[in-house]
Design a binder for this molecule. Structure first.
Ligand SMILES: [Mg+2]
Length: 281
């Protein structure tokens, strides 16, 4: 079981119908293709717990309960822009009788802490000490090549601020694949969502939802792709140990979100491609 070959398995909930002709694919970035922000939950969750623990009545809610509450909402909102997790934190503070800060300030502090964790990775990629593929989810580049060569139009949409997404896609040398564009969170957060990117790409390319493929490790992109009738592949990336099989927590959340199939990563790109395209392209 510890053999890498054995760790790749396609868990099929619903196989793609033969009649489907995929023409476009939407990818999430963090955790789906990129490992640069690996561990962001271990920055966000303790920080949010810190804030909530300042206002809870410890008689009513122990630190363990607070952590469960935080993990739960952080997880549910994963894939949306970071600001929504901060808005929810502010709501939770209010619910417990506290006076929250502006959610933007929570976001700023979270990003400051996260930056401390990931700056070393960004620096190593920038100065050439690390290779782009050191931080690409296993098989990701080859899988993108297969899609591109099959003429699939590729889009990337992330809940991380667009400036950073574009910079990190570039550091991983993946920009070239996304002929449909790279999209991320905006300061004016109401002007961006993955659902908006999907609506736009469907219109621009004159697609039916059936022709859309989606890949993501979070709730939101899976739900959004399914809502329009697309085929959503959950990537249950084990970010701390890439290539070592699924992250079970992610897997169960992706299945809950309605994933059509779940894989641990792209480490057998040809196999995944053949499963999706039936070897016909
Ligand atoms: Mg993600």
């Amino acid at each position: 079981m510890s053999d890498c070959q054995d760790s790749f398995r396609i868990e099929i909930v619903e196989a793609p119908r033969k009649s489907r002709q995929f023409r476009a694919a939407l990818f999430d970035f963090d955790g789906t293709l990129s490992l640069i922000r690996e561990g962001w939950q271990n920055v966000m969750v303790p920080y949010f717990c810190e804030i909530l623990n300042e206002v809870v009545d410890p008689q009513k809610e122990t630190a363990d309960i607070v952590e469960t509450v935080v993990r739960d909402f952080v997880d549910k909102i994963t894939g949306k822009q970071t600001i929504y997790q901060c808005i929810q934190l502010a709501e939770e503070v209010k619910l417990r009788g506290g006076t929250p800060l502006d959610p933007l300030l929570y976001k700023k502090e979270y990003l400051r802490r996260l930056q401390r964790r990931i700056q070393g990775r960004v620096d190593r990629l920038s100065n050439g000490q690390a290779k782009p593929d050191d931080y690409v989810v296993p098989g990701g580049r080859r899988f993108l090549e297969l899609l591109r060569d099959a003429g699939i139009r590729l889009y990337l949409a992330s809940g991380t601020d667009e400036f950073y997404v574009k910079q990190e896609v570039e550091l991983l040398n993946l920009t070239q694949f996304f002929d449909g564009g790279v999209y991320g969170a905006q300061d004016d957060y109401k002007t961006f969502s993955k659902a908006m990117v999907i609506d736009r790409l469907i219109k621009i390319n004159n697609l039916s939802g059936e022709e859309l493929l989606g890949f993501g490790d979070g709730y939101v992109e899976i739900e959004n792709v399914r809502t329009v009738g697309g085929y959503a592949v959950g990537i249950a990336t084990n970010e701390a140990n890439p290539g070592q099989g699924v992250d079970n927590w992610k897997r169960s959340r992706l299945l809950d979100a309605g994933a059509s199939a779940v894989v641990p990563d792209f480490s057998e790109p040809e196999k995944l491609f053949t499963f999706l395209f039936g070897g016909s392209q």
